[in-house]
Design a protein around this ligand. Sequence first.
Ligand SMILES: Nc1ncnc2c1ncn2[C@@H]1O[C@H](COP(=O)(O)OP(=O)(O)OP(=O)(O)O)[C@@H](O)[C@H]1O
Ligand SMILES: [Mg+2]
Length: 270
Amino acid sequence: MEFTHSVLSFSSGKGGVGKTNIVANTAIALAELGKRPLIFDADLGLANIDVLLGLAPAYNIKHVLSGEKGIKDIVVTGPKDIRILPASSGVPELLDLTETQKRLLLDEMEVISGEVDTLLIDTSAGISDTVLYFNMASQYRIIVVTPEPTSITDAYALIKVLYSRHKVDEFCILVNMSSSEREAKKVYNQLSNVADRFLGSLRMKYLGFIPKDQYLQKAVLQQRAVLDMYPDAPSSQAFKRLAKGIVALGQEVRVDGNIKFFWRDFLNVV
Ligand SMILES: Nc1ncnc2c1ncn2[C@@H]1O[C@H](COP(=O)(O)OP(=O)(O)OP(=O)(O)O)[C@@H](O)[C@H]1O
Ligand SMILES: [Mg+2]
């Protein structure tokens, strides 16, 4: 099946595990493969995608909801022409929209839907309602985890809530800051063993790993994406592999929605 529209959410139980870096670099790697990604910044925290990429958006989703701006006025462009929809501070409002605002948002999303084919959602850490809703409305849920025990237990807590309360039973596990593939697989096995034992029939796919990489940290300090600044760094190569894996996901699994449906579903559940 053709990979036309995919919606991926990136979440973690614990904060600071690398979601924002992963979303930014994966989007760049997808653009290099000829995809047209749009990042939706749904993270309420301060260290957001625009800061990471040294961008300064003048407007955000609040201006769309108030009718002051259209979606095209608020979208900013990053490396390799990836697009970013600055939303962060307006995200809580998304849970509390009037019918008129929902209609407006759907119409605005329609405006841009022809120009993008992959939506990547960078969520806040933890298990807030917004995080849960974005996970529920996405086609692919990527749970980012590091080898730290607290990261693993918090990832499990997130998966457990999504499964037991919201019947979400498919997850992709991405291990960040790993020293080796072996360590990453161990983390994945730990998580999937616990899930098998306590949660039953849950499908958990190993999506690979991103090595702990000092070049990524150097790039962060320069407010650049590592893939843009150091294309040959170990983490950059891993992001390229990850992007290929994501494209393959879209080909292998049923595609039961697209970006338009995503917004309709999201606004329906909230
Ligand atoms: N693969 C990696 N190698 C080395 N350092 C990394 C790697 N990934 C992330 N980091 C470090 O972790 C920091 C936090 O990353 P990032 O902001 O992407 O995490 P986050 O999960 O989005 O955090 P938050 O939960 O606050 O949104 C980075 O600034 C960087 O220093
Ligand atoms: Mg972040």
